[in-house]
Ligand binder design. Structure first.
Ligand SMILES: NC(=O)c1ccc[n+]([C@@H]2O[C@H](COP(=O)([O-])OP(=O)(O)OC[C@H]3O[C@@H](n4cnc5c(N)ncnc54)[C@H](OP(=O)(O)O)[C@@H]3O)[C@@H](O)[C@H]2O)c1
Length: 279
């Protein structure tokens, strides 16, 4: 699509950035809604990230997404944080306001819950305890979103127990940390299991978790999306658990940024996942 001299500008900042699916996703929406705009990959080394973020208003950008490993730098650099980003300790969406100030938000948790609701319309957070595996950046977003959605209890398990304890202390609320050595006991009576670790990604071993104690009615969501069908999801499906893949989180987290920069609420359609993954 051709753009004019008045095109609205946004992008995604990360290091490296070549693997990012976001330009393809936002580019698809720009085309679909006939918007005079561009969304570009911005390869920015960590030591120059603060400088690059501060340059957004001068360059006429309406904002950008921020991805690994720059989310914490963005958190420290923006002028204002929304409540969600403050609690998550990381920024993945920056909006440049008319007065040139930068507001940082975090839409990963929103994307996670919207994806669950879209794929499993009968799911609701209040239904029972949620087990979250992992305690990295993605886990923070997922835990905050589950608590905000009304989960009565979040059971956190992580290979490094101390990191799970730290996350629970930082976020607060009804979070229970179960030791990694006896992690399977956390699955008893759970209504949701979420993998937020890197295990199961292409090139990584499967998540080492025996599902025997998990009720078959529990929804199993793996936020890893390469491959889409991870060993965890395959094992869950074999025993009858409903499953949710990770691509929906990626698609839905992009919606608030697109709406803020380009002025249109974009739709996540069934063929969008295929299109984004093909790229
Ligand atoms: N679908 C989406 O939109 C979306 C969004 C964000 C992230 N993600 C995916 O989520 C995953 C995690 O991202 P992140 O940013 O949170 O990464 P991160 O901050 O590096 O955290 C990695 C997590 O994986 C755990 N882990 C690593 N190796 C392990 C092993 N051998 N056994 C058990 N646990 C292990 C780590 O445990 P320790 O604390 O013990 O090291 C930690 O909890 C990635 O696959 C990423 O692609 C998906």
């Amino acid at each position: 699509m051709t753009i004019s001299g008045k095109a609205k500008l946004a992008g995604v900042m990360g290091w490296p950035i070549g693997h990012s699916r976001s330009p393809r996703l936002h580019g698809h929406w720009l085309e679909r809604y006939g918007i005079d705009g561009a969304y570009v990959p911005l390869a920015v080394a960590p030591e120059r990230a603060e400088q690059a973020i501060r340059a957004l208003p001068a360059l006429g950008f309406r904002g950008c997404n921020v991805t690994v490993p720059l989310k914490e730098i963005a958190f420290r650099t923006v002028d204002r944080l929304d409540d969600t980003a403050r609690r998550m300790g990381a920024v993945n969406t920056i909006v440049v306001h008319d007065d040139g100030t930068l507001e940082g938000g975090n839409t990963d948790g929103f994307g996670f819950v919207e994806s669950l609701k879209a794929d499993r319309p009968d799911w609701c957070a209040e239904r029972g305890p949620a087990v979250v595996v992992g305690a990295g950046g993605a886990a923070r977003a997922v835990v905050v979103a589950l608590l905000d959605a009304g989960a009565p209890e979040v059971r956190l398990i992580n290979r490094t127990d101390a990191r799970a304890e730290e996350l629970a202390t930082d976020i607060g609320g009804p979070i229970t940390v179960a030791p990694w050595v006896s992690r399977e006991t956390a699955l008893e009576g759970a209504a949701l299991l979420v993998n937020t670790t890197t295990q199961g990604m292409t090139g990584q071993p499967p998540l080492d978790l025996d599902l025997r104690a998990l009720p078959v009615a529990a929804v199993v969501n793996d936020i890893v999306y390469v491959p889409l069908d991870t060993p965890l999801l395959a094992a869950a499906r074999r025993r009858g658990n409903p499953v949710v893949t990770g691509i929906g989180m990626l698609l839905h987290q992009a919606r608030p940024g697109f709406a803020a920069w380009f002025g249109v609420e974009p739709e996540v359609t069934a063929d969008l996942a295929r299109f984004v993954l093909e790229g």
